[in-house]
Design a protein around this ligand. Sequence first.
Ligand SMILES: NC(=O)c1ccc[n+]([C@@H]2O[C@H](COP(=O)([O-])OP(=O)(O)OC[C@H]3O[C@@H](n4cnc5c(N)ncnc54)[C@H](OP(=O)(O)O)[C@@H]3O)[C@@H](O)[C@H]2O)c1
Length: 254
Amino acid sequence: MGEQQGERRRLAVVSGGGTGIGAAVARGLVEDGFDVLVVGRRGDVLDAAARRIADECGRAGAVRAVTADLTDPEQLAAVLDAVDGRTVDAVVNNAGGYLGGPTGTLDEVAAWWRANLDANVLTAVLLTEALRPALRRPGGRVVLLSSIAAQRGGGGPYSAAKAALHGWAYDLAAQLGPEKITVNVVSPGYVAETEFFGDRMTPEGHAKRVAATLVGRAGTPDDIAAAVRYLVGPSAGYVTGQVLGVNGGSVFGR
Ligand SMILES: NC(=O)c1ccc[n+]([C@@H]2O[C@H](COP(=O)([O-])OP(=O)(O)OC[C@H]3O[C@@H](n4cnc5c(N)ncnc54)[C@H](OP(=O)(O)O)[C@@H]3O)[C@@H](O)[C@H]2O)c1
């Protein structure tokens, strides 16, 4: 499973791969035979995740950590150094999150919006553009992690930033389709067991989100990772330009 077309093991780059959904994606892709680069700002968190996944999967060196703030174009050099000229089979743009802040003045409003656009859009755009020349042709995969907030609102600039990924994904899918590279969006609903909510989650907030699902539970990082594994896998070559909601039925497909 780890070899493709008699070449070296497939390579995936997962942003935000040190925690939550990204770590579950990284682990799942190692199980599927990929080598994985996990990218984030906190080297210690990435190193710990890389060690844990390699131990659990019994594949030393399967995951390597790359420390970079993906909102800063200059820091993409660290990712390219780690790729080291290899072909990239899959880019999973998972880094992001909701950033709060004061909104009393227009300057504060501007800072709040820029922070959310940077964290959720620019991180994906810069990583994908940096790796675009290295993508496997044919067969490369790009996945963008959006949110149910893009479809139903609820997060101000976070919702808007995630929605921006959808429009960009359609353009990118059209550009890369002729090279047999697919581009898709995974849009999670409420997922517990990640750092996303920090100390913002309350028992009431949790219960409300669970009640909004049709299946009566919170999502897990592995629920989302399963969708990503499908989209980057060999059986999804005819799926591109799509938004796959993984939300327990909280929002119907559209
Ligand atoms: N949990 C949910 O309910 C939920 C629902 C819908 C969508 N999502 C989306 O799913 C994705 C993963 O979220 P999660 O729930 O797993 O939360 P998480 O544990 O907070 O993961 C976010 C990851 O992104 C990384 N990151 C953030 N900004 C970055 C930057 N500028 N450069 C590089 N890495 C950066 C973080 O690492 P560092 O801090 O070390 O950089 C962290 O590992 C996010 O895009 C989130 O918006 C989550």
